[in-house]
Design a binder for this molecule. Structure first.
Ligand SMILES: NC(=O)c1ccc[n+]([C@@H]2O[C@H](COP(=O)([O-])OP(=O)(O)OC[C@H]3O[C@@H](n4cnc5c(N)ncnc54)[C@H](OP(=O)(O)O)[C@@H]3O)[C@@H](O)[C@H]2O)c1
Length: 335
């Protein structure tokens, strides 16, 4: 029989909490996503220890989506069980997000951006997590065929129904974000957060998106800041058996570990070592470096990875010279 969990009293002491845009909501600078390692085939006890460790370390934000698993929905079920088993007394200290937008169920109502899909999918998410409301509900990807007004009015409705407190957008480009934000503002339910992919190996948000978010007063949470594990020491000496690549995730293939990428990773690793940091840690504080990113949204398969992430915040400052060296490594000008 497992003992009753009591969170550490000191849990919030060493974490940094950043305001999401111009909203009232602050998020931990490190957030934990449940995309991998919380599915039906993963160890419940491992997932539970990851969430407990994260919460004990001051991580208050846990990110889910309807389709996380596999099978789709199972990560929300796992998280619901962890909430019941350990965290139910701490609900008011936790920010839980979910999303809908990718394929979830059969037929025309289980995908993309209709009001029918968003509203019914959130009801399913709430039932899987045994929650009355989520803190943030996202539209997971833009839908080219549904009027943006319909999708945004679904988000507005959900907030008015009390099923979500805040709304966000994910994977929307610059123009889509501006248009959606304007509609949501007029509806009275402002977008408070955008979730783009952002890392040293994917700097697309720097080309306009982060500017728009600043103008609109929207925060941002960078997903896959470690480029799914590539921006760590994980693959420097081959493919470990317990890694995401070896476990044959459909979202990370060995072909992504090209010679060119791994040369950059090695050069970044050398620079991180000179800073007295692990590469994973440097990669996280790099996305957080200019206050335009509210939180770095990591994944983890081991408690030690969350520990690394939280400790990264102790060494956040970059010199101008270090930033130039990183740029040169990333553009391939130096190694
Ligand atoms: N909105 C969207 O469309 C979208 C898309 C993707 C992800 N997301 C969100 O972003 C979250 C994070 O995505 P992600 O898992 O790709 O993030 P990530 O942080 O880039 O990668 C996480 C993986 O990196 C490895 N890792 C982490 N810390 C490490 C360390 N200290 N040393 C060595 N390896 C380390 C682990 O891989 P191993 O498993 O190999 O140990 C871990 O599972 C997801 O859970 C989800 O919530 C959102």
């Amino acid at each position: 029989m497992s003992t009753i969990y009591a969170a550490k009293h000191t849990r919030n002491d060493d974490m940094l909490y950043n305001r999401s845009g111009k909203s009232g909501l602050k998020l931990s600078a490190i957030s934990l996503g449940l995309w991998h390692n919380f599915g039906g085939g993963d160890s419940y006890e491992n997932g539970r220890s990851l969430v407990r460790y994260a919460f004990d370390s001051g991580i208050t934000h846990f990110d889910l989506a309807n389709n996380y698993g596999p099978p789709p929905g199972s990560a929300e079920e796992t998280f619901g069980k962890i909430l019941q088993d350990d965290l139910r007394h701490y609900r008011d200290e936790i920010i839980i997000s979910s999303k809908a937008g990718y394929t979830m169920w059969q037929g025309p109502y289980g995908d993309w951006g209709s009001k029918k899909y968003l509203v019914s999918s959130l009801d399913q998410s709430l039932s899987r997590m045994k929650l009355d409301y989520v803190d943030i509900y996202y539209h997971h990807r833009p839908d080219p065929d549904t009027p943006l007004e319909e999708t945004m009015s679904a988000l507005d409705l959900i907030v008015r129904q009390g099923k979500a407190l805040y709304v966000g957008l994910s994977n929307y480009n610059v123009e889509q974000t501006r248009a959606a934000s304007e509609i949501l503002r007029k509806l009275g339910t402002p977008c408070i957060i955008h979730q783009p992919r952002y890392s040293m190996l994917d700097r697309k948000p720097e080309y306009g998106l982060l500017d728009v978010l600043e103008e609109e007063g929207i925060g941002s949470i960078a997903y896959s800041p470690l480029s799914k594990g590539i921006l760590t020491d994980r693959y420097l000496h081959g493919i470990p058996d317990d890694s995401r690549v070896a476990k044959k995730s459909p979202f990370l293939h060995p072909e992504e570990l090209t010679g060119e990428v791994m040369n950059k990773v090695q050069a970044l690793q050398n620079l991180a070592a000179q800073r007295g940091q692990k590469l994973s840690q440097m990669a996280l504080v790099w996305v957080l470096r200019n206050n335009r990113v509210t939180s770095a949204l990591i994944g983890a398969s081991k408690v030690s990875q969350i520990e690394d992430a939280v400790l990264s915040l102790n060494n956040r400052a970059f010199t101008a010279e270090e930033l130039v060296r990183i740029d040169r490594i990333l553009t391939g000008e130096s190694q």
